[in-house]
Design a protein around this ligand. Structure first.
Ligand code: CP
Ligand code: NVA
Length: 305
């Protein structure tokens, strides 16, 4: 592994190795602290959009591993505006040991990686969110002690988070169903790519319109915002289209009795998820948020260690 940009580029074996390492590093941290595996190493964190989890979890992960992180805010370096992405990438490569970037357009992270001589990590693009998916599967693993043959139901927008979750399911042997309104489906190329990836694991991939159908037999119910960063102008339209796609207690009661509820956060309580579900016994959303830090340690150590 040279970069961590999409789970399409990560084999099942590599993904399992990352997961195992994340589990080991989490246990080590809980027992008193991590070994200084990234002593003296610095990660540059480039953000074109706001963030709580990605920013803080990467920063803390670097500190726990005896490294350091440098936050570069949306206006600071003007990715592709003040300076070309290629030049920024080459300049940063001379200073730091790794670059994590959150961008609007996925092609921009590809460009950053293309010109970098240090590892580049995708901290979310319009296409996908692989660090999130890694934390998601770590959370599922902790809840069920296994992954293969579990049923994952994503309710809502066929967006970046749904894309990475589907890729993770395809690589790790979990069945995936998504229920989204017409016009907000996962892109055909994402579904095609996942089907190819799934040829190894033989999972089922289903698309539904009815959320009730999607959660039947589900062990994991996942939702995300109806309006992703960069789509603010569509807020009114989206809030009306997605109303029937709320994850509430009635919907959760239709899933497997052991089902857990996940959300990448930030949550819009009362919209895609109700308070009683987000704070209820089946919710794992805060464990999932914490797991971003543990999962990303595995990525950082693998790429920069
Ligand atoms: N889930 C997630 O990526 O959160 P942030 O946008 O706060 O980083
Ligand atoms: N789909 C959301 C995820 C936020 C972590 C977005 O892109 O804004």
């Amino acid at each position: 592994m040279r970069h961590f940009l999409s789970l399409v580029d990560t084999s099942s074996q590599e993904l399992n190795e990352l997961l195992n390492l994340a589990v080991r590093l989490k246990i080590e941290w809980q027992r008193g602290g991590n070994e200084p595996l990234l002593a003296g190493k610095v990660l540059a964190m480039v953000f074109q959009k706001p963030s709580l989890r990605t920013r803080v979890s990467f920063d803390m992960a670097m500190r726990h591993l005896a490294g350091d992180a440098l936050y570069l805010s949306p206006n600071e370096i003007g990715l592709g505006k003040r300076e070309s992405i290629a030049d920024i990438s080459r300049v940063l490569s001379g200073y730091v040991d790794g670059i994590m970037a959150r961008v609007f357009e996925h092609k921009h992270i590809l460009e950053l990686a293309h010109h970098a001589s240090v590892p580049v990590i995708n901290g979310l693009s319009d296409y996908n969110h692989p660090c999130q998916a890694l934390a998601d599967v770590l959370t599922i693993l902790e809840s069920f002690d296994h992954l293969v043959d579990l049923n994952v139901a994503f309710i809502g927008d066929g967006n970046n988070v749904a894309t990475s979750l589907l890729f993770a399911c395809a690589r790790l042997g979990m069945n995936f169903t998504i229920a989204s309104p017409e016009g907000y489906d996962l892109p055909q190329d994402v579904l095609g790519c996942a089907k190819e990836m799934a040829s190894e694991t033989g999972i089922s991939i289903k698309t539904e319109r009815d959320p009730k159908e999607a959660v039947k037999g589900a062990h994991v119910i996942y939702t995300d915002t109806w309006v992703s960063m960069g789509q603010e102008e569509e807020t009114k339209q989206r809030e009306s289209v997605f109303k029937p796609y709320q994850v509430n207690s009635e919907l959760v009661s239709r899933a497997d009795t052991t089902a857990i509820v996940l959300h990448c956060l930030p949550a819009h309580r009362g919209q895609e998820i109700t308070d009683d579900v987000a704070d209820g016994p089946q919710s794992r959303i805060f464990l999932q948020a914490e797991n971003r830090m543990h999962a990303q340690k595995a990525v950082l150590v693998t790429l920069m260690g």
